[in-house]
Design a protein around this ligand. Structure first.
Ligand code: PHE
Length: 339
């Protein structure tokens, strides 16, 4: 009996086949009703107690081994593609249509990624806003022209509801809900009642940044923006800050990056200056902090608002902002390689 077990084990070890039919035949030969291992079990029953004790274990192991071997061979045979006359290896693969990311999303994701790496979290707010969040809390005087019908799409009067004209409204929502230190970035769509042309649209996207803590200074703002510009446009990128005005920041600035002035296209893009306007920024006005329950004697902060479309147009050399929103597949499919 012992020898039969060992010789069957050898037979099992030596068996090789990749054909399903042969493997099945082998299984029947070993484990089938009249199989060799089944026969061993029948003989085993007739043995006396002492032999049963010593042979039971190796016999059971033999059976388990045989089952495992057959299963493994079967799995391997199934995953093996059988090559025959029906397979044409020169046939091109089935066409799979891949989607592509929208250029505005590509730019947005990259910018958000850069700020996330330096500890900013992401916050969002509603596209329909009330006067308080879009204007009043941000220190817009009552008679400010930005409140004019020309600039704002009003949805309802009394109470005033409008489509937000900038993502600065999210600054207010964050300050309402969080205590400093605040370090947040808010991407979103904004709306302005403007004539649509190659350079401006009635809706576009911004990414707002807000940083409030003790002792935040203008040099923190400048260094953060330089970091962003060099991550996004390349390590040697130069920036410049021009004085500007926003009701909710003081002092305020606009940031340009140096684009270059080598060919006619550069002249057109930068209006002959070589500099590209990228964002508005400034130190959060103390009135805005006060309006939102933050003590300006203790805390200070900076904010900025990046225009996403403008950057996308330059990065991908798109001549007309309207192309971004026409959903023409011939246009969109050009961004398949980007992610
Ligand atoms: N909200 C401003 C705009 O839409 C941009 C901005 C944001 C400026 C934050 C300063 C600080 O033009």
């Amino acid at each position: 009996m012992k020898e039969r077990i060992e010789s069957l084990k050898l037979e099992l070890e030596n068996f090789r086949s990749e054909k399903a039919a042969d493997i099945e035949a082998f299984r029947v030969e070993m484990l089938g009703k009249k199989g060799k291992i089944t026969a061993l079990f029948n003989d085993f029953r007739a043995l006396d107690g002492e032999l049963k004790r010593t042979l039971g274990k190796p016999l059971n192991e033999l059976k388990t081994f045989a089952q495992q071997k057959v299963n493994e061979l079967k799995d391997a045979a199934e995953s093996n593609i059988e090559l025959g006359p029906k397979q044409d290896l020169s046939r091109p693969a089935n066409f799979q249509s891949l989607g592509s990311r929208h250029p505005v999303n590509l730019v947005k994701n990259e910018i958000v990624g850069i700020f996330k790496r330096i500890g900013f979290n992401v916050s969002e707010g509603p596209e329909i806003e009330d006067d308080w969040h879009n204007f009043s809390a941000l220190n817009f005087p009552e008679e400010h022209p930005a409140r004019d019908m020309q600039d704002t799409f009003f949805v309802a009067k009394d109470p005033d509801w409008a489509l937000r004209t900038h993502t600065s409204s999210v600054q207010v929502r964050v300050m309402e809900n969080e205590k400093p230190p605040i370090r947040t970035i808010s991407p979103g769509r904004v709306f302005r009642n403007e004539a649509i042309s190659a350079r401006s649209h009635c809706f576009f996207h911004q990414i707002e940044g807000l940083y409030i803590d003790k002792g935040v200074s203008f040099s923190d703002l400048k260094q953060t923006l330089l970091f962003f510009a060099q991550e996004f446009f390349g390590p040697d990128t130069k920036i410049r800050l021009r004085p500007s005005y926003f009701p909710f920041t003081e002092p305020s600035a606009e940031m340009d990056v140096y684009w270059g002035l080598e060919n006619e296209r550069d002249y057109r893009m930068t209006k002959g200056t070589g500099w590209l306007e990228v964002l508005g920024c400034g130190m959060v006005d103390p009135n805005v902090l006060k309006n939102n329950g933050i003590d300006p004697e203790v805390y200070s902060g900076f904010a900025f608002g990046i225009g996403v479309e403008r950057i996308a147009l330059h990065r991908y050399q798109i001549p007309d902002i309207r192309m971004l929103f026409e959903n023409d597949l011939r246009f969109l499919e050009q961004f398949k390689a980007a992610y």
